[in-house]
Every structure is written in structure tokens, then in C-alpha cells.
Write a protein that binds this ligand. Structure first.
Ligand code: NAD
Length: 339
């Protein structure tokens, strides 16, 4: 398991994972396959381009011919590529089904043909749906509510079906809400941080009582690496961070870090569908040696500081009319011939 194909490696979590795995001595090559949608940014990989073990392929996981060609040359797949933003899924559900479900099937199909040693499918706790009380283990039923979560649940089932039917060594990870540097400012922590840093107001849905579990992106990547190396084929592994907050409690912490007050917060009607609480256990991953290491408050302050110091990274993304397609040196990027 030394040549890894990482899909969605120019996105938030995928880029952190690539930077982590590239430095492992036993990994001889990492290929990133990314379509560079509005959410993918080649600069997220930054210094990773200095590592000769990295190849970047600009292409789409829906391109079966390209996927087949790439999977043939790799021994493992870590699959992050997805449409990932819940609010977008309310008005563009088709794109979520295409990329998240069909894209996963094309990768699994290629994994079957070429006999990869491990296929890690990266998923979310949102597939379990809202849990007013208690916590979901990996055996809990899937009860997704919003189109994003439904498309991820469907993709989990498709991936696992390739294990049950064809013995493809699939593992699924389901993580809590991630935060950290390089996250697109459409997600709540960078959205609130960047607005507050600019002296703008932030909006809380309903009474801000929705509960989310928070996990630093580096802890998630550590968990995913554990599953890549030691996860049992056909198994699902939850990855949690141990920090549950209502959105109001999260906002209070962000106000404290930025130095703003509740005058910066506006309450708005709740969105179309908003799961009241997610919660899960992650004993299976703990048994593999997983311990989330990041302290929430310290990491939140570091994250806000990253957004404070790097406005050039997120300011262009605040304009929905702008699509950023940064230039990269031609010898570090290969355009898909099948786009
Ligand atoms: P992201 O939106 O930041 O990145 C997604 C990446 O996938 C982007 O680089 C994008 O260009 C790429 N992509 C999208 N469609 C593609 C396609 N058809 N072909 C190739 N590349 C494509 O997402 P993220 O937050 O980094 O999430 C990564 C994965 O983790 C997703 O599968 C998501 O469902 C899952 N996840 C995310 C969170 C979270 O809190 N962000 C929590 C749990 C699970």
C-alpha cells in the first residue's frame, strides 16, 4: 500500500490529508485527482508541490476512463471528492447525487477491476440523521434528512456493496464536523470568523440550539490514516472529536476569539431542514489507537488567526460570482484528456 490515489485532494480535508501522508516514508507516490470545483483550490496543497512524490491530475471522478487509468497505477484509494455543502444541496441536489453517488461507484468499479489493497471512502456523521438523545455507533440505522446526507449515505452503501459483492477492501470513515485552516468560507466556522473579522454581522438559524460535534481536521486525517493502514475491510469507523456545542455556544466562543459581542449576531428563521443534533461514538477507531489530540479552544483560536493572516486566501471566495482557477506550473499538473 505505497501508491495512494487521493480524490478531492485540493479541497479542505483532502489537502490536509495529502500533506500528512506525503511525508510518510513508506508512501512512494501520491496522486491527487480533483476537478477543482468552486471548493477545490490547488493552493491548498501549497508546499506539497515541493515533494516529488506528488502528481496532481485535474479531472473528474465521473470520468470512468480517467479513473480506470489512474486506479490501475495505485495500490490504495482515499476518496474525499464530493459536493460537501448542505445548503447547496437544497437547490442543486442533482450534482450531489452525480458526484457523491455515481462518482463513488465509478471509483469502486475501478478498484474492483484493478484489485486495490484498500479503498477508504470518506463520509460523515450526518448519514445517521438527527439524534435528539443518545449517540450512534457504526451499527446505527442510516436516517439522513437533507440531500447532502442522503447522497453520502447512498455512497456509503454503494461502496460497502463492492466489499460484500466483489470483496473490494472498502473501509468507510464517518467523521464529525471538521474545522481548521483552508476551509471554504461557506462553512460555519470560517464564515462566522471572516465576517466577524470584517466587522460584519453573523446569522444564527432559529435559536442556535442545533448541536454539532467538532473535530480538528488534523485529528480527522490521523483517523483516516489509521483506517487506511489498519482498518478491516468492509468496516465502518466513526471519527469524533469529543466536543459538542450548540451553534449558539460555538458563536459565543468565536465572538470571544475575535473580540466581538452579541450585537454582531442576528437571529434568522431556521433553514428548510436543520437536524437538531448529531452525536456518535467512535470506540472502533479508539481500538485502533485513535485519540483526538487537538484542544478545541486553542485550535479555534489558531484557526481564526489563520483567517486573520490570510485574507488573500478567502476574500475572493466570498464573492459567489467569482470562480478561481489559479495558475500552476505546467510540470506539476496534468490535465485530464477526457474532461
Ligand atoms: P470540500 O468541498 O472542501 O472539497 C471537496 C473537493 O472535491 C474539492 O477539492 C472539489 O474540487 C473536489 N471535487 C468535487 N467534485 C468532484 C468531482 N466530480 N471530481 C473530482 N473532484 C471533485 O470538502 P471537504 O470538507 O474537504 O470534505 C471532504 C470529504 O469529507 C467529503 O466527502 C465530505 O462529505 C466529507 N466530510 C466532510 C466534513 C466536514 O466537516 N467538512 C465532515 C464529514 C465528512
Amino acid at each position: 500500500m505505497n501508491k495512494i490515489l487521493v480524490t478531492g485532494g485540493a479541497g479542505f480535508i483532502g489537502s490536509h490529508f495529502v500533506k500528512r501522508i506525503l511525508w510518510a516514508d513508506d508512501i512512494t507516490h501520491v496522486t491527487v485527482l480533483d476537478a477543482l470545483t468552486y471548493a477545490g483550490h490547488i493552493e491548498n496543497l501549497g508546499e506539497a508541490f515541493l515533494n516529488p512524490k506528488l502528481t496532481f491530475v485535474h479531472g473528474n471522478i465521473l470520468d470512468a476512463e480517467l479513473v480506470d487509468e489512474l486506479v490501475r497505477d495505485h495500490t490504495a484509494i482515499v476518496h474525499f471528492a464530493a459536493e460537501s455543502h448542505v445548503d447547496r444541496s437544497f437547490f442543486a441536489a442533482g450534482a450531489f447525487v452525480q458526484t457523491n453517488v455515481l462518482g463513488t461507484q465509478k471509483l469502486a468499479d475501478a478498484a474492483m477491476r484493478h484489485g486495490v489493497e484498500k479503498f477508504v471512502h470518506v463520509s460523515t456523521d450526518e448519514v445517521y440523521g438527527p439524534l435528539p438523545e443518545g449517540s450512534a455507533s457504526e451499527a446505527a440505522p442510516l436516517r439522513p434528512t437533507v440531500p447532502y446526507a442522503a447522497s453520502k449515505a447512498a455512497s456509503d452503501l454503494v461502496a460497502l456493496s463492492y466489499f460484500r459483492t466483489y470483496d473490494v477492501p472498502v473501509c468507510v470513515t464517518r467523521s464529525a464536523n471538521n474545522f481548521g485552516p483552508y476551509q471554504h468560507p461557506e462553512k460555519i466556522i470560517p464564515l462566522f470568523a471572516t465576517r466577524l473579522l470584517r466587522g460584519e454581522k453573523v446569522t444564527l438559524h432559529g435559536q442556535g440550539q442545533h448541536v454539532r460535534n467538532w473535530l480538528h481536521v488534523e485529528d480527522n486525517c490521523a483517523g483516516i490514516e489509521l483506517v487506511l493502514r489498519h482498518g478491516a475491510a468492509g468496516e465502518v469507523y466513526n471519527i469524533g472529536g469529543g466536543t459538542d456545542f450548540t451553534n449558539k455556544e460555538l458563536t459565543e466562543r468565536l465572538l470571544g476569539v475575535v473580540g466581538a459581542d452579541w450585537g454582531s449576531v442576528v437571529y434568522v428563521p431556521d433553514r428548510r431542514s436543520n437536524d437538531i443534533r448529531y452525536s456518535m461514538t467512535w470506540a472502533k477507531l479508539t481500538a485502533l489507537g485513535f485519540r483526538p489530540e487537538r484542544d478545541f479552544d486553542e485550535s479555534l483560536a489558531e484557526t481564526v488567526d489563520w483567517y486573520r493572516r490570510n485574507p488573500d486566501r478567502w476574500a475572493p471566495l466570498m464573492r459567489s460570482s467569482v470562480t478561481v482557477r489559479p495558475h500552476v506550473a505546467p510540470d506539476t499538473i496534468r490535465e485530464s484528456q477526457h474532461a
